[in-house]
Design a protein around this ligand. Structure first.
Ligand code: FE2
Ligand code: FE2
Length: 232
């Protein structure tokens, strides 16, 4: 068995080769908020056939990585801008649309399936927490990370990063709850178009959030903290 892969954390594995995230998504391995766990431990806790997963990882590694930026080496300011223009802007468009869909589905089908009312309430809370979270990143944390190079950094980024990590855990918990309330975003026969659009949109949101939190938890934050403690 490939011990070298098993000893690495799942966050590091995806930071090295982003295409590995697809294998982890398929096996339900959390590589963003749970990115600090070694692969061996992640497999054990989900009772995963480690050999089969390693084979899929090696097969994925053997294919050429689609051209994408290596965020483990690019300037931190560019990574902050990338997160805002790709992931935050995606959320600014998706969250209002999904609010309207979850509300409509909750009102229309809630009497038959109360889980849809729970989903609609949960989504409203998730959206408001996430909007405030993005605001803090854009107004406080990311500008501070961009100023790490200057000798006049006004405060340590350690505290704000701790808060962001806790909020990521909470968002990850909400997304897992949404997945369970919809039986894995499963589209069943007889679902109306609004219900289908909601499930499809939530599934896309989950995927984007995994990628987004992975980039912050496993690449941006550790690199920024290392840069701060190195004094530049
Ligand atoms: Fe973010
Ligand atoms: Fe974040």
């Amino acid at each position: 068995m490939n011990q070298q892969l098993l000893d690495q954390t799942v966050g590091q594995l995806v930071a090295e080769k982003p295409s590995r995230s697809r294998v982890f998504e398929r096996w339900g391995i959390d590589y963003c908020c749970g990115g600090k766990r070694a692969l061996a431990e992640a497999c054990q806790s989900r009772k995963i056939d480690t050999e089969a997963l390693l084979n899929e990882l090696l097969e994925s590694d053997s294919k050429p990585e689609s051209p994408c930026v290596d965020w483990t080496t690019q300037p931190l300011g560019e990574l902050c801008d990338h997160i805002v223009t790709v992931h935050h802007d995606y959320l600014r468009a998706a969250l209002p649309r999904l609010s309207a869909l979850t509300e409509k589905v909750g009102e229309r089908h809630g009497p038959k399936d109360p889980r849809l009312v729970e989903l609609s309430n949960l989504f409203a809370e998730f959206r408001s927490e996430l909007e405030s979270h993005m605001h803090k990143e854009e107004v406080i944390l990311f500008p501070a990370i961009k100023r790490l190079d200057s000798p006049t950094a006004p405060f340590s980024i350690d505290g704000p990063i701790r808060v962001m990590l806790m909020e990521h855990d909470s968002a990850g918990f909400d997304l897992a709850k949404m997945r369970s309330l919809t039986d894995g975003f499963a589209i069943r026969d007889g679902c109306c178009n609004t219900h289908r659009a909601m499930l499809d949109g939530l599934s896309e949101l989950e995927l984007d959030m995994h990628e987004h939190i992975h980039k912050e938890n496993n690449i941006l934050f550790p690199r920024a903290l290392a840069s701060e403690s190195a004094g530049h």
